[in-house]
Design a protein around this ligand. Structure first.
Ligand code: HEM
Length: 437
């Protein structure tokens, strides 16, 4: 079957120009051309899927025929071979060893850290102060993942280092992925900053691991879980390199993503008085003035709907995979080694699945609506064997942070928000005034 080619292709450059210029609009509109559309990233031919059915095939029903592919090959040298990067049997082994650290009762224990960190942030604000909310949410997300990972004295230094370095690493890793290889070798300040940030993180995380091994005590933190985990087939623990790679993976995968969702959630709550009224009413009714606990999370149903709607409207732009076997994708034969692109954003803005997708509408998230959505149409955390291991962690963190802040403050927009589109839509200088309730 011949595959339609996306519009705007140029010799050598392929579709790089419309991808960079039109970004999310370019990929969201590809559904007009077919269910599988050819998109050339420079000289590389890739296939973009535009339906929930084929998205589900790649992520879930045919997942064993795919590895993570090109984008991740470029990330691996910086963040190692942790869970988000590894493939095949090694990935499965690591996932089995790490899964217990994300079980419900563990998240229940992390919830206390989440609530305290959110209370500390809300307690540091002054009435009518204007805050850069995306910066506050980044700080909150570093504290939460950091304190969940490292609970010891020396761990505090690792958290401070993460606060200083992790955003430098994330931002520059993205640029490196998009740039030709020679750019990362140039002696320019961004490269030096990046290399220094990685080196500092590396040194302190190794120090924490070494001191843990010397004591051998379970501190009840996520790092202890990683160090105590055993492969259920061989009985082997992870070596220091694997533990380091997994720590770096959790820092890079678990902080920026959650901070972004939190920033947008406060923006959206403030943008609609009715949404705000219902959030505040729910917080008052469920908490009645006491601090939020893990047991409150399932009762905060409206905040969960608001969170779902934020995750729908502000997801990752694209995910990539590479075939490792012959695959029939909607009648198109893909030989091994073919790169495919999935877009959570394009799925979430498809009017076939979401009525008025551009409208922020938490009320669409009734249990029936969620049940009846086609598989593959709502994928903020991916799906299948590579689905986000931190999804419950993130949702718990979001609900706890929103409830804690909303119990004390109303956040008022100061000016219209500007958005920067990179791997997702990011708010730029999201200034909000914090008004006591
Ligand atoms: C709102 C917040 C978050 C979003 C939107 C998000 C999104 C995602 C997505 C889409 C994937 C799948 C990528 C793919 O299929 O290629 C993923 C994987 C992953 N995420 Fe998250 N994530 C969030 C929070 C977290 C947190 C809090 C953690 C850890 C503390 C975390 C750790 C991971 C890891 C380790 C993977 C790789 C899983 C695997 O391949 O087995 N994420 N995340």
């Amino acid at each position: 079957m011949s595959v339609p080619v996306a519009p705007g292709r140029l010799p050598l450059l392929g579709h790089t120009v419309p991808m960079v210029r039109k970004r999310f609009a370019f990929t969201a509109n590809l559904r007009e051309y077919g269910e599988v559309v050819q998109v050339d990233l420079g000289p590389m031919r890739t296939f973009f899927v535009t339906s929930a059915r084929l998205t589900h095939q790649i992520l879930v029903s045919d997942a064993q025929s795919f590895h993570k592919g090109m984008m991740f090959d470029k990330f691996r040298p910086f963040v190692g071979d942790g869970l988000a990067m590894s493939d095949g049997a090694f990935h499965m082994r690591q996932r089995r060893m790490m899964q217990p650290a994300f079980h419900r009762e563990r998240i229940g224990a992390y919830a206390e850290t989440m609530a305290r960190a959110a209370r500390d942030l809300a307690g540091s604000w002054r009435p009518d102060e204007v805050r850069a909310i995306e910066v506050d949410m980044q700080g909150l997300a570093v504290t939460i993942v950091g304190e969940t990972l490292f609970s010891t004295e020396i761990g505090k230094r690792a958290i401070d280092e993460a606060r200083r370095s992790i955003f430098i690493v994330i931002k520059n890793a993205m640029y490196r992925v998009l740039s030709p290889g020679f750019v990362e070798k140039l002696p320019i300040p961004v490269n030096r900053q990046f290399d220094e940030a990685i080196a500092r993180l590396h040194a302190i995380v190794h120090e924490v691991i070494t001191s843990w091994r010397a004591e051998g005590v379970d501190h009840g933190d996520l790092l202890s879980m990683l160090l105590l985990a055993r492969d259920d087939e061989t009985g082997e623990p992870m070596n220091d390199k694997q533990v380091y790679d997994e720590v770096m993976t959790l820092l890079t995968a678990g902080i920026e993503t959650t901070a972004l969702a939190l920033a947008w959630i406060f923006h959206e709550i403030a943008a609609d008085p009715e949404v705000e009224r219902r959030v505040l009413a729910e917080v008052d009714e469920v908490l009645g003035g006491r601090p939020v606990t893990f047991d409150d999370v399932p009762k905060l149903t409206y905040i969960q709907q608001v969170a779902n709607e934020v995750l729908r409207m502000y997801p990752l732009w694209i995910l990539m995979r590479r075939t490792i076997a012959d695959v029939n994708l909607g009648g198109v034969h893909l030989p091994p080694g073919t790169e495919v692109i999935i877009s959570p954003h394009a799925m979430h803005f498809n009017p076939e699945y979401y009525h008025h997708p551009e409208r922020f509408d938490p009320d669409r998230w009734t249990p029936e609506f969620a049940r009846e959505l086609p598989k593959g149409a709502f994928i903020p955390f991916g799906a299948g064997n590579r689905m986000c291991i931190g999804n419950h962690f993130a949702l718990t963190e979001i609900v706890i942070a929103v409830a804690t802040v909303a119990a004390r403050w109303r956040l008022a927009p100061v000016r219209p928000v500007r958005t920067k589109f990179t791997s997702a839509a990011y708010p730029v200088d999201l200034l909000m005034k914090v008004v006591p309730r």
